[in-house]
Design a protein around this ligand. Structure first.
Ligand code: NAD
Length: 485
């Protein structure tokens, strides 16, 4: 296969690459260079209608296709993703601005893992039975929901897109999906891979377009019975408002403002290395980044000094250069938002310890959207900077005296996605883990992922869980059969 970014991206509907019905396109821009390098369909309800018709036609055959055959096709997709790693990684970096080494090491390998994981997972998915002694036996069928909608964001484009469509397809559903309009390229290239892998026409449909224009039409379509969404809390709220009166199943993976709780007895070197990653990986544009760093008072000054010294060394540069640790942020809109959040932090009385400014590069990236890794201290726990998601290379530091105070600070958030705890005291680690109001807790590590575990958040970070059996249960309807003996 020769996967290349085209001048015009196409929708993938009924097994074929198609232009949008309205003929409209939106620009696709490389944030590292500012170059308008391709066009994305500005699809709307007409394209959604066509995709739903294709999915309906495909559903009877796909939902009854033996799991061994579903496994074979989905596993073939995983193999083709691996075989095209370089082309997909380059497309991801050009769309998103993230360093190419990161796309190669994390984003694309994880996309093939998602397919491989759920391809094999469906072979092991079993159902429950409940025996009523000598009276009756119940068994539970788990049948595909039907046509499902999968909508994903721009920060880990192919990684999060495949995290939804792989379990949906493995469970026997037909899918109408939409990647972010900001980073559509790898999902488009995946269309070619699906055709090559022999995925039957209409089983997966990939539409491109905006949230209000295309995403909202997917959510509102009455034939689409479940919506799996990852993105902002704001969009999640709109989706829930549309889907709830239609009694659709929803899974919402939303924003975060995650605490990184550092106790004085931590393994210093490991904590420092990992905290640098959990603060600034992917320019801080990972929903799991620890954007609020809470540090025990006795080590606060030492931490501050060492953290600033290490963050200062993170090279902001051309994403295609292997030496760049930080690439561009994803779009002009987002760049302006992150800079305005830094300005707000200043107005709120925050002291900028490091960064706080745009970075101007020369040459190929002279018009790119780069921001310095930024560290802020001196802010009140409930100020906007500490309460609202920034989703950029910006962290705040707050000292705490006691475990109780650390917990209070950690839980002073409307979000509850993830938290990281650094301590060598196993009892304290367990106590704090049980009390932090987050769906995902890492102790002495960060972003260590086992795809079988439940993934999702408390509070404004979402509804439902992805991963492992949780994902396969979401994409199936349980039906209990009771037989009197
Ligand atoms: P976004 O909500 O703007 O967009 C996400 C996707 O939803 C895009 O495809 C967009 O086109 C679509 N969309 C937007 N409005 C919609 C609507 N009303 N109806 C249907 N679809 C709509 O989010 P984003 O800016 O692309 O991504 C960043 C956000 O995603 C951050 O808040 C981040 O925390 C969150 N995120 C969460 C997780 C998680 O697992 N919890 C993972 C990654 C990102």
């Amino acid at each position: 296969m020769d996967l290349k970014a085209p001048a015009h991206i196409a929708n993938y509907i009924a097994g074929a690459l198609q232009v949008p019905v309205n003929g409209r396109y939106i620009p696709n821009i490389d944030p590292a260079t500012g170059e308008h390098y391709s066009h994305t369909p500005d699809s709307d309800a007409d394209d959604v209608e066509a995709a739903v018709a294709a999915a309906k036609a495909a559903f009877p055959a796909w939902s009854t296709t033996p799991v061994e055959e579903r496994f074979r096709i989905l596993n073939r997709i995983a193999e083709l993703i691996d075989a095209n790693l370089d082309a997909l990684a380059l497309a991801e970096t050009n769309d998103n601005g993230k360093p190419l080494w990161l796309s190669k090491r994390v984003d694309i390998p994880r996309a093939s893992s998602n397919f491989r994981f759920f391809a094999t997972g469906i072979m092991h998915f079993s159902t429950e039975s409940h025996n009523m002694e000598d009276k009756a036996i119940n068994y539970t069928l788990r049948q595909p929901v039907g046509i499902v909608g999968c909508i994903s964001p721009w920060n880990l484009p192919l990684y999060l897109f495949t995290w939804k469509i792989a379990p949906a397809l493995a469970a026997g559903n037909c899918v109408v999906s939409k990647p972010s309009e900001v980073t559509p390229m790898t999902a488009y290239l995946l269309s070619h891979i699906c055709i090559e892998a022999g995925l039957p026409a209409g089983v997966l449909n990939i539409l491109h377009g905006t949230g209000p224009g295309c995403g909202a039409a997917i959510v509102a379509h009455p034939a689409i019975k479940a919506i799996s969404f990852t993105g902002s809390t704001r969009a999640g709220r709109d989706i829930a408002a549309t889907a709830a009166p239609m009694f659709k199943k929803i899974s919402l993976e939303l924003g975060g403002k995650n605490p990184n709780i550092i106790f004085a007895d931590c393994d210093w070197e490991k904590m420092m290395r990992t905290t640098l990653q959990s603060s600034f990986s992917n320019q801080g544009q990972i929903c799991l980044c620890g954007s609020r760093i809470l540090v025990e008072e006795s080590i606060y000054e030492k931490f501050k000094e060492d953290f600033i010294a290490r963050a200062r060394k993170l090279t902001v540069g051309d994403p295609l250069d292997d030496h760049s640790r930080q690439g561009a942020v994803v779009s002009k809109l987002h760049y302006d938002k992150v800079l305005s959040c830094i300005e707000l932090a200043r107005q709120e009385g925050g002291k900028i310890l490091l960064g706080g400014n745009p970075v101007k590069l020369e040459g190929r990236c002279a018009n790119g959207l780069f921001i310095e890794p930024t560290i802020i201290e001196g802010l009140w726990a409930q100020c906007r900077t500490n309460m609202e998601e920034i989703f950029g290379p910006v962290v705040t530091l707050q000292p705490f005296k006691t475990e109780a105070e650390a917990l209070e600070l950690a839980n002073t958030s409307d979000y509850g996605l993830s938290a990281t705890i650094w301590t060598q005291d196993v009892s304290r680690a367990n106590r704090v883990a049980a009390k932090v109001q987050s769906g995902i807790i890492w102790v002495n590590c960060w972003l260590l992922r086992d795809l079988r575990t439940p993934f999702g958040g408390f509070k404004n970070s979402g509804v439902g869980r992805e991963g492992g059996w949780d994902a396969l249960r979401f994409f199936t309807e349980p039906k209990n059969v009771c037989i009197e003996l």
